[in-house]
Ligand binder design. Structure first.
Ligand SMILES: Cc1cc2nc3c(=O)[nH]c(=O)nc-3n(C[C@H](O)[C@H](O)[C@H](O)COP(=O)(O)OP(=O)(O)OC[C@H]3O[C@@H](n4cnc5c(N)ncnc54)[C@H](O)[C@@H]3O)c2cc1C
Length: 336
């Protein structure tokens, strides 16, 4: 089969590699002059920065082995260090109640404990709905922590109210403390802060973009082609499959794999799709991101990989320090 893949990000290139390895003819069409999409590393004058901090983590051994064997990949294994900047202090991330209580101003800490306990009592009589981010978080943390950090951060990140966000987002991202653990910590706080979710992650030396670099090399080594600066203008059905037009020509293929934004893809399909599909695609909302990278001629002291900033006084959601991912790169801080 001849398969065209739209988009040379992680999804497009891994699909292309898989197909090429199974003996199919593959052509990847990418509108930019580089591959990687969101998982790109920009390299300039000895500086290297990703589009926001990216870490590679998977519990699937097969995927890990596959990525480790890609051409040119040299994986570093790092212990995640991340914190939250709030009330002019630094809190551990992932959130741990003991750390929140020991770092918080006393009156706020007491208020937070009371709202947590109140929420537990309330839950016995009037359980909260568990569909939204708001209900899920309130029932587990109480209103104090919700209003101080969890609600403002997530609203700043997504641009919508926590009541409109799905609880799935919370359950994937937030560690929940046990009531027993909380009581124990309050009565007899441990001397050392035990970080509940110390996690390690993999990071390719040279930046996250090395993964796509390895995938792209594998695709071409297997006989596949990648056309850069090529943006399809129309997709038409043919007897054997599809015709894809772009500015300087066209290609014929049996199948298409799409990884470009859904609304762009439906536009290319034109009349092939019914109006309600076009309507649904154009109703999809996107959250744009702007990255500001500051290149430094001196070292940065924090050892964090990234720091979250939920407060409105910070224009950005998070800052990351590239050198803490890969000590070979020059110092820079990325704000997103
Ligand atoms: C700030 C940030 C941090 C993240 N951190 C992590 C992390 O730590 N770990 C993790 O696993 N994931 C992380 N992600 C998510 C990860 O980056 C994405 O899931 C992944 O890169 C998406 O890959 P993709 O191939 O699906 O899409 P994309 O990367 O968007 O690739 C799509 C490709 O299609 C191209 N394209 C678009 N339109 C057209 C067109 N009309 N014609 C041709 N080509 C087109 C684009 O140029 C791009 O190359 C993060 C994302 C962001 C934004």
């Amino acid at each position: 089969m001849k398969v065209a893949v739209l988009g040379a990000g992680l999804a497009g290139l891994s699909a292309a590699e898989e197909l090429a390895r199974r003996g199919h003819e593959v052509v990847v069409l990418e509108k930019e002059s580089f591959h990687g999409g969101l998982a790109t590393t920009v390299k300039r004058n000895g500086f290297e920065y990703d589009l926001g901090p990216h870490r590679f983590h998977t519990s699937n051994r097969e995927i890990l082995d596959f990525v480790k064997k890609l051409p040119g990949i040299d994986f570093l294994e790092l212990n995640r260090v991340s914190r939250i900047r709030l009330l002019d202090r630094y809190f551990d991330y992932p959130l741990a109640f003991d750390n929140v209580l020991s770092t918080m101003p006393l009156h706020k800490g007491i208020g937070m404990m009371l709202s947590f306990l109140l929420e537990k009592v309330r839950g016995l009589f009037v359980p909260r709905e568990q569909e939204s981010f708001e209900g899920w978080v309130l029932s587990r943390f109480g209103r104090g922590l919700y209003e101080l950090y969890l609600a403002p951060y997530n609203e700043k990140l997504w641009g919508i109210k926590p009541s409109q966000l799905s609880a799935d987002w919370a359950s994937q991202r937030i560690t929940v403390p046990s009531l027993a653990g909380l009581i124990k910590e309050t009565i007899a706080p441990s001397r050392e802060t035990v970080r509940s979710l110390v996690s390690t992650f993999h990071y390719p030396r040279g930046g996250i973009g090395e993964i796509c670099h390895g995938l792209a090399s594998a695709v071409t080594e297997l006989g596949g082609s990648i056309f850069f600066s090529t943006e399809p203008t129309a997709l038409q059905k043919t007897a054997g499959g599809w015709r894809i037009d772009f500015e300087n020509g066209h290609i014929l293929c049996n199948k298409i794999i799409n990884t470009i934004p859904v609304n762009e893809y439906t536009r290319l399909l034109g009349d092939i799709l019914p109006p309600e599909v076009h309507q649904a695609a154009s109703d999809l909302k996107f959250r744009a991101l702007v990255f500001l990278t500051i290149l430094l001629d001196s070292d940065v002291t924090p050892t964090d990989h990234w720091i979250y900033t939920s407060e409105d006084r910070y224009l950005f959601n998070r800052l990351s320090i590239s050198r803490n991912f890969d000590s070979d790169v020059r110092s820079q801080v990325v704000f997103e």
